[in-house]
Write a protein of this length. Structure first.
Length: 210
């Protein structure tokens, strides 16, 4: 299976939203809102077009990754970092290394753009393979001044976060209005919302603090 990675184009937008919906449907919660999120992120000043990549197989879009500028708040100061997500791969192409390829391709590019670190919310079992570590190791907490197991940090430059201890600010762009998301979802084919095992796993990770 030959995969090509390239920058997202405007004509890809709807297809990427469809991919994201398929990738996350019933995964974290019954249904999903990640496809609405990715539409909103593109319009943000913090969106990084140079890191907005898609995966293509046989002329078919099958995956996507997007990056946003975020920050670590240290007192009244902010330290610039990156975050990424949603990272989406069509279900039939998952567990084939496509998500990993998107991450491994874009992290060096993020470093070339001058960013020293990436902070995300994700599954430690998956993201530690890329070098991500628990945020507690860096004394970087969430807004509740806690250390969720899902809050992960990667230094793109050695010691980039040395002496920087504070609060990770993902940014208001990741806040979603449920009613707007529900209305947006009506423009897609109807899908059944279900309770799944992956949702229980997500709750456990999100609710575990270090």
């Amino acid at each position: 299976m030959e995969i090509t990675l390239r920058l997202e184009r405007e004509e890809d937008f709807r297809r990427v939203e469809e991919i994201t919906r398929e990738a996350f449907w019933n995964h974290h919660v019954p249904g999903c809102d990640e496809h609405f999120l990715i539409r909103n992120l593109r319009g943000s000043e913090r969106f990084i077009p140079a890191l907005d990549f898609v995966a293509v197989c046989g002329g078919k879009l099958i995956g996507s990754i997007v990056y946003m500028e975020a920050s670590i708040r240290v007192g009244e100061n902010e330290h610039r970092v990156l975050t990424f997500g949603p990272l989406s791969v069509l279900p039939e192409y998952q567990r084939k290394g496509i998500g990993s390829a998107l991450v491994r391709h874009t992290l060096p590019l993020a470093k070339e753009l001058g960013y020293g670190a990436v902070i995300i919310y994700g599954d430690p079992a998956y993201y530690t393979r890329f070098g991500f570590k628990a945020s507690k190791e860096f004394s970087i907490a969430n807004n509740e001044k806690k250390y969720p197991a899902a809050l992960l940090v990667l230094e793109l430059v050695p010691s980039a976060l040395a002496g920087i201890e504070g609060i990770f600010e993902e940014g208001a762009d990741y806040a979603i209005d449920p009613k707007e998301a529900e209305e947006f979802d009506k423009s897609f084919n109807a899908k059944e919302k279900l309770v799944t095992e992956s949702q229980e796993k997500f709750k456990k990770i999100a609710g575990t603090y270090l």
